[in-house]
Design a protein around this ligand. Structure first.
Ligand code: ADP
Ligand code: MG
Length: 197
């Protein structure tokens, strides 16, 4: 299982690396606009986003628009080799520093929030399948973090269309996304979020 995941990770990361900068911005813009236009983005007051690395789908509009709309925006911070926490930010330009994984994260002095307050998690991934199964970087940070969320929290995965595969091997601890949004399609995996899309 871990070998199959590893192979897929490698192939999909290679594919993502091929994207030129303009495509990253253009496709990320289209994906973020769909999210920002959705009724449920508007209705969720507490949203956890992520800070992109490499050619990951950008989240800048989600963060800035969310803050401008008066929402609570949280960003992940790695606490130790297994644990990730969610920290509310107000001014990401000055509050973030590069963390252990090379990802920008909230300064260590900022307090983490109770994960049960989060309504919507923007879930990063290297690939997803139509059942919502997710391929992460291989450390399982999100799989563990998701177990602390409230039951009706929505897991929304922004992805380039090529990151949606027929099937991704899933372990028992893998937590599927509720919906996947690409520049071309919206895939509703669960009923969650469907009624307020
Ligand atoms: P990723 O989700 O980043 O693609 P994997 O799904 O391969 O990575 O998971 C990586 C590791 O995280 C696995 O070795 C697994 O044992 C561990 N893990 C995942 N979820 C949990 C959990 N809820 N509790 C403890 N360990 C977990
Ligand atoms: Mg996993």
């Amino acid at each position: 299982m871990q070998d199959r995941k590893k192979e897929m990770r490698k192939a999909l990361l290679e594919r993502r690396k091929q994207l030129d900068h303009n495509s990253v911005l253009e496709l990320s813009g289209a994906i973020q606009r769909k999210i920002l236009d959705s009724r449920f983005f508007k209705e969720c007051p507490v949203i956890m986003a992520y800070m992109p690395i490499q050619n990951e789908v950008r989240t800048g509009f989600i963060i800035s628009e969310g803050l401008a709309m008066g929402k609570t925006i949280l960003l992940p911070r790695v606490a130790d080799s297994e644990r990730m926490e969610a920290v509310p930010v107000v001014n990401p330009d000055s509050e973030l520093i590069k963390g252990a994984l090379g990802i920008m994260e909230p300064h260590p002095s900022m307090p983490a929030a109770d994960p049960r307050t989060i309504d919507l998690v923007i879930l990063p991934g290297i690939a997803f399948d139509r059942k919502g199964h997710r391929l992460g970087f291989g450390a399982g940070y999100y799989d563990r973090f998701i177990t602390h969320l409230k039951k009706d929290c929505i897991l929304l995965a922004p992805a380039y269309d090529f990151q949606v595969l027929d099937q991704i091997p899933a372990d028992d601890f893998d937590k599927p996304a509720d919906l996947i949004i690409t520049e071309k399609q919206i895939i509703h995996v669960s009923q969650k979020g469907r009624f307020i899309w």
